[in-house]
Design a protein. Structure first.
Length: 299
């Protein structure tokens, strides 16, 4: 991975880590339904403009069912769950819980393919569970009213991502669909699927310019631009190297929460995040490659 791609990777992690900051700012005022409807609609419009410029087709007649499935499990459901949890949990806790998605993916994949996981994966699962338990057990946010439900919602959101990942790997309907089309089509599908949530989660407050700015940033920056960066990295350095962003997201989630929301970062936050990231690396089989090591990974 050259310097340019490394900077893109760090920038992508910073963007995705900031999504929890923006949700913490906007969710208490807009509510989960309105906020996420804004997010996916802004992202869909942005990607539509990019698609027109790049002349990218969606082929809705052929792939609409695929877009609906992917839009539900990869966007609508996890976004709503994280936005609901953001009313109670800190950006730091949210970002660490989000990092457990690959761990859940290992479980879903094992069940789907009906095979036993390796000892390495089992150790990763145990570490991930221990890290989350340490984080939520010691963090003062766990004593808040509704914290248990919020933690369950955020965990279910990470689990939803793992279902989406498994689906795109094994489902016939997902094969042969261009990555940009996946991002673009799934956002329009998510915008449609999120509509019922507007009735379930009414808007509790009146938005300010800052609140709407956070919603716009969630859609355009954290969804639209982030997807373009991610798929570009997958193309340039390979999926395994691009997956490194999963390990960096919590670092930026904690950083932004500390800088802008003045969240308290205790030893348990750092230790819990480190344990979860280590568990995730074991589960995904990721191997650290130092700059002086020969790069044998196919791009």
């Amino acid at each position: 991975m050259n310097t340019s791609n490394l900077l893109k990777l760090v920038f992508l992690a910073a963007i995705w880590g900031s999504s929890f900051l923006f949700m913490r700012i906007a969710a208490p005022v807009l509510g989960p339904g309105v906020l996420i409807e804004y997010r996916v609609t802004f992202a869909a419009i942005f990607l539509a403009v990019v698609g027109l410029v790049l002349r990218k087709r969606l082929d809705l007649g052929k792939h609409w069912r695929h877009y609906l499935i992917l839009g539900f499990f990869n966007s609508a459901l996890p976004f709503l769950l994280f936005a609901f949890a953001a009313k109670t949990l800190t950006a730091s806790v949210l970002s660490v819980l989000n990092a457990t998605a690959p761990i859940w993916g290992a479980i879903v994949g094992a069940v789907w393919h009906r095979h036993m996981v390796s000892r390495r994966v089992m150790l990763g699962l145990a570490l991930g569970t221990a890290g989350v338990a340490m984080l939520v057990g010691f963090d003062h946010v766990s004593s808040k009213e509704g914290a248990g439900l919020a933690i369950a919602a955020a965990t279910l959101a990470a689990f939803s991502y793992s279902i989406a990942t498994t689906y795109t790997k094994v489902a016939k309907s997902a094969q042969g669909v261009e990555p940009f089309a996946n991002a673009h089509g799934s956002m329009w599908a998510a915008a449609l699927l999120t509509i019922p949530a507007l009735a379930i989660f009414p808007q509790p407050g009146e938005p300010t310019v800052g609140i709407m700015g956070a919603a716009l940033a969630l859609g355009v920056l954290c969804s639209g631009i982030a997807y373009l960066l991610y798929f570009g990295l997958v193309r340039d350095v390979g999926a395994t190297s691009a997956l490194t962003v999963t390990f960096l997201n919590p670092l930026f989630g904690i950083l932004w929460g500390t800088l802008f929301l003045h969240e308290v970062v205790g030893w348990y936050t750092v230790a819990g995040a480190a344990i979860v990231i280590t568990g995730t690396m074991l589960v995904t089989g990721y191997k650290i490659k130092l700059p002086w090591m020969q790069n044998t990974e196919a791009a």
